[in-house]
Ligand binder design. Sequence first.
Ligand SMILES: [Zn+2]
Length: 261
Amino acid sequence: MTFISPSKIVRSYPDYLKRLRESLGTSVERLDFIGSIQANGKNYPIPKLVFGKGNPGRILISAGIHGDEPAGVETLLAFLKEKRFQKYPNELTLLPCLNPTGYELGTRNNHADKDLNREFKLNAPSPEVSLIRNEFKNPFDLTLELHEDVDSHGYYLYQKEKSATIGDLGRKILSRVETVMPVNMDSEIDGMEANQGVLSRLSDPGEMDWWPMALFSYSRKTRICFTLETSVKFPMATRVNAHLSALDAAITGFHDKEEAD
Ligand SMILES: [Zn+2]
């Protein structure tokens, strides 16, 4: 059993769960859990919410796989509080805090010092990753992952898609975000070639030694996967608004493309 020193805790996970319940209000009966992990003799349930079950166009929105990137977690609390899920005709699944011990410690890695977003190809990954992978038994059409970047001076995203039909959706998302936060227009971001804030993942999952959640998602037949990155150089409220704008642009843009096909 891994020991988490109470002096290292920067945020309370029970407080987060309380805020999650409060954000849900009358929708609190929707709160489910994909399972729990154990650390320091404590139980950390990993929350899940589904809205519009059975509706066409299955969308997954996730946050908090890196515990030191709290804007994504805050974004989904706001998304729920503002009942934004009511706006969309799709089946929406939310995994709003994937790394509870990292969240509590304020660390990228979990309590066992594992970067969960590097373990999606492992045969025996951390328990959190096993629980997340179970959620992909039925394919999603669109997955949206909320992250943050400490080095970037603006917003950007990674895009991976099955066909070229949704090719400009990444740019559409960023033109919405631009009204809230500048987009990183560098020609190279995080060591990859970038096109006006869009990083296209070129390699196929089979070519890679390790997978982030987005490539696992892609390998499980998700048609389009976005990893959305705010810049932490802005206040939390700006980062949350940037992510909320990106989610809205992604979901409405995806829906409009579907209607047009
Ligand atoms: Zn991250």
